[in-house]
Write a protein that binds this ligand. Structure first.
Ligand code: 5GP
Ligand code: MG
Ligand code: MG
Length: 180
């Protein structure tokens, strides 16, 4: 496929991962989750806004009975993780005794997921795991076990497929990497 360059605000981005490859990875994750959670009826909590496309494509491929809900937890501005994390918004479900799977767009420092998992564990779920589209292992600052990772990437800023740069780029079907 031909590489493409796009401009969002003041920055240029090049194609990095194409939709077909993303879907292939997500299909494998869905099959893994189907196997791991057979008979457990998990509750998926997709973290908005970034995970909406990942959640949609993953959950279409999960075939076991499951519940799906959406929460918000935002702490990211521009290209730097701010470190401090806000509380969970929009969680209506009682997660006590449930098998919870958090759906994230990307794990960078791990502050966000670490904080979210701590807040969820206080509600005494039967189990909590994380499924993320992307993970930057070199940036991780917490001893986090992220069980389901569609793709690990180097420490580059990426957009597309749900991920934004100051509000733009979420609608792109492929993932793009910043031109440095
Ligand atoms: P963490 O708390 O793990 O450092 O960062 C998690 C959040 O930062 C993600 O949910 C995402 O919103 C944002 N983030 C981290 N890296 C990137 C990136 O490369 N591109 C974009 N668009 N957002 C990112
Ligand atoms: Mg996120
Ligand atoms: Mg963002």
């Amino acid at each position: 496929m031909n590489p493409r360059t796009i401009k969002l605000h003041d920055c240029e981005f090049n194609t990095y991962m194409y939709e077909e490859e993303i879907i292939a990875r997500i299909t494998m994750l869905a099959e893994q989750i189907d196997r791991d959670y057979a008979g457990k009826q998990p509750l998926f909590l997709a973290v908005l806004n970034g995970s909406f496309m990942f959640a949609s494509d993953l959950l279409k491929r999960v075939t076991i009975p499951c519940e799906i809900s959406f929460i918000r937890l935002s702490s990211y501005q521009d290209m730097q993780s701010t470190g401090h994390v806000k509380e969970v918004l929009g969680l209506k479900e009682d997660v006590a005794h449930r098998h919870v799977i958090v759906l994230e767009d990307i794990v960078d420092t791990g502050h966000t997921v670490n904080n979210l998992l701590q807040q969820l564990k206080e509600r005494k779920p039967a189990s909590v795991e994380t499924a993320t589209l992307l993970m930057k292992p070199d940036c991780l600052q917490h001893p986090l076990e992220v069980k389901y990772v569609a793709q690990t990437i180097p420490n580059d800023f990426v957009v597309g497929y749900g991920l934004d740069y100051n509000g733009l780029g979420r609608n792109l079907r492929d993932i793009y990497k910043i031109v440095s």
